[in-house]
Write a protein of this length. Structure first.
Lengths: 256, 190, 192
């Protein structure tokens, strides 16, 4: 959990730890931000001075667009990615990587929205202990965050199932099921690529959410069709060793 | 009160920082750190030396706003922290104006404070004048609340920054508009 | 009733009744990742990014027109002015839930502008502050390709390009659309 020697790395202060304050005076911190970066021209703005900072984050919260538009865009994204890779695995990796930064963004957006709605609804009781959302500290609350709020933000409904691996060999594996993933609805995969699951994009989003919260994980999407749900997809989350160890420590400390 | 606010990436890369002074109680919003020549380095140093405390608190407490989590007695500095769910840390150093004489020679003491003991350093400040005002007392409930409001407002603008598809995690935030928003939040709450 | 008003009504009716919907932000964010990815792949060569976006749009347009015709069930437009209203008030309404303004016609009725008051593709977006993106990148350029692809499938060769974008600091977002020629013999271009 702790990373020793981080101060030295961050400030590039010499490791003569005896009088750190003196060392700090002598040496320039490497990553000290220069205020000169301000003096660059910066971005132009329209004459009404509107920027991204003037747009309310909840403005498009309940907005809708055509499902076909999403399908067309997504299909084009897959086709484009396909031209730059050598095989299915490579393609899935690329889709995953494109989803990842989206996961980080959605995480912040999700918390902002929960915060803003919790403070606006309980403004009168805005003591310090008003109820802004908690960052997930354990795997289970993280999974619930993905299964519920994240899925609702993306797809307007929760995911269909959340399971823990039953094998004692793989206690670090969890599965989130979507019976009918939107990303597969309009995408017809060529026969020679029948193993491809474009939900790798969504797997990347999940991975971004996990990583953002400090739960290093690998997330993959797998086809698990049933008679009723031909597009059924299982997202397999495999948490890293360090995460599992922290789980044990937090468990003992009574952190939920 | 003088403030130094910084945003660190999950890997501790500084993404943004700004110094300002209190605007409450007739303050002019200008930072007056006690050792102006070295203030910038000292502030960064103090903030970074509080990161172990932040990291420990991060996994014991799921709140985004962790209130004031560390003190650095040699500089009479207090650190408040706000953690975004995606791993960025907002750290605010506050240093009350120099009222009593303070002892510079003990510069190395207290730098290694851990979560439990860090609060002990705040005892001395309560004796200062107008203990309840945001401008004077870094540990009063009023200050904690004001800092929370400040952090929340900065967070809103931070989310707007990271929502842009061209923003990548760990990129320095250079927008002058963002800087203006943080300055405005400081003026409004602190 | 003007052709524009009529088209607006058709568009709004279709949006309400015939269009399957998804969360708008999913579309916005997905498009954002596409453009950001292209900028990365083309190493900041924004001209190439514009071209690639246009090409992607063209592919989409060729397929999207079927969906459009099936949903809208509208007949052939009598002239290019009617086509413009159909694009702005029905097409954009169905696919992006917006209706840009049709304006700035040339006297030969072969060129017009679409002015966008809102553009869901560009929500949340701030262009890179690298001193070039605001001069070179047309963030929503995919839309030019969509128009070209879709209209080609109904026998119109057009050319479309953005002339301004609020993301670049302009006061408006405006696309210029020009009719090059009708592809079919039975619909010869107007001769002046």
């Amino acid at each position: 959990m702790t990373q020793p020697a981080r101060h030295a790395a961050m400030l590039s202060i010499s490791n003569s730890g005896s009088n750190l304050a003196a060392a700090a005076e002598k040496q320039q911190p490497a990553q000290h931000l220069h205020t000169q970066s301000q003096s660059s021209q910066g971005l132009r703005v329209p004459s009404n001075r509107k920027t991204i900072y003037d747009r309310h984050l909840n403005r498009s919260r309940n907005a809708e667009l055509s499902r076909a538009s999403f399908a067309f865009l997504f299909a084009e994204m897959v086709t484009y990615a396909q031209r730059r890779v050598t095989g299915i695995q490579d393609l899935e990796k690329r889709l995953n990587e494109q989803g990842y930064p989206l996961g980080l963004r959605l995480l912040d957006l999700l918390f902002y929205r929960t915060m803003s709605s919790s403070t606006s609804s309980s403004l009168s009781s805005s003591s310090t202990s008003a109820s802004p959302p908690n960052r997930p500290l354990r795997i289970l609350p993280l999974l619930h965050l993905i299964h519920g709020p994240l899925w609702r933000l993306l797809f307007n409904r929760p995911a269909d199932a959340l399971e823990h691996s039953v094998s004692p060999e793989t206690p670090n594996e969890y599965m989130i099921t979507d019976n009918d993933p939107l990303v597969n609805t309009y995408i017809s995969v060529p026969k020679e690529m029948s193993m491809l699951n474009c939900a790798a994009f969504v797997a990347g989003i999940i991975e971004g959410v996990c990583d953002g919260c400090g739960f290093e994980a690998k997330v993959t999407a797998h086809n698990q069709p049933t008679e009723m749900w031909p597009g059924r997809t299982i997202f397999l989350l495999r948490f890293g060793e360090s995460v599992m160890e922290r789980e044990k420590v937090l468990e003992r400390a009574g952190v939920k | 009160m003088s403030y130094y606010f910084t945003i660190l990436s999950p890997t501790d890369v500084p993404l943004f920082n700004i110094a300002f002074g209190t605007s409450k109680s007739g303050g002019d919003g200008i930072a007056r750190f006690r050792f102006p020549d070295t203030a910038q380095y000292m502030n960064q140093f103090i903030i970074h030396s509080s990161l172990d405390v932040v990291e420990e608190a991060q996994w014991m407490n799921g709140n985004m706003y962790l209130k004031h989590i560390d003190t650095y007695p040699p500089a009479s500095a207090y650190i408040s922290a706000f953690l975004t769910p995606s791993g960025a840390r907002f750290l605010l150093l506050h240093q009350p104006p120099q009222l009593p004489t303070n002892n510079v020679s003990s510069a190395t003491a207290g730098s290694g404070s851990i979560l439990g003991s860090s609060f002990s350093g705040s005892g001395g400040s309560s004796s200062r004048a107008s203990a309840s005002s945001v401008a004077a007392n870094p540990t009063s409930p009023q200050t904690e609340e004001a800092v929370r409001q400040f952090m929340t407002e900065v967070y809103e603008n931070y989310v707007k920054t990271v929502m842009s598809p061209f923003y990548r995690q760990g990129m320095e935030i250079k927008s002058s508009v963002f800087r203006g928003k943080v300055t405005a939040a400081g003026r409004k709450w602190l | 009733m003007s052709s524009a008003t009529k088209a607006s009504r058709i568009g709004e009716e279709l949006w309400k009744t015939r269009v399957d919907k998804v969360n708008a932000e999913l579309v916005t964010l997905t498009y954002g990742t596409i453009v950001a990815q292209l900028c990365q792949d083309y190493d900041g060569n924004y001209q190439d990014v514009n071209k690639q976006l246009e090409k992607m749009g063209y592919n989409i347009g060729m397929r999207l027109i079927e969906d459009f015709l099936a949903k809208s069930n509208v007949g052939r437009c009598a002239n290019f002015r009617e086509t413009a209203d159909m694009i702005a008030k029905v097409g954009f309404r169905i696919f992006l839930n917006i209706a840009p303004t049709v304006t700035n016609w040339t006297s030969d009725n072969n060129q017009f502008s679409l002015v966008f008051d809102e553009n869901p593709l560009a929500d949340f977006v701030e262009l890179p502050d690298d001193g070039r993106a605001q001069d070179e990148l047309w963030f929503s350029n995919i839309l030019c390709g969509v128009l070209r692809g879709a209209l080609e499938m109904v026998q119109m060769q057009i050319e479309a390009h953005f002339v301004s974008d609020v993301l670049r600091g302009d006061d408006t977002t405006e696309m210029r659309v020009s009719l090059v020629r009708y592809i079919e013999d039975e619909m010869p271009p107007d001769e002046e």
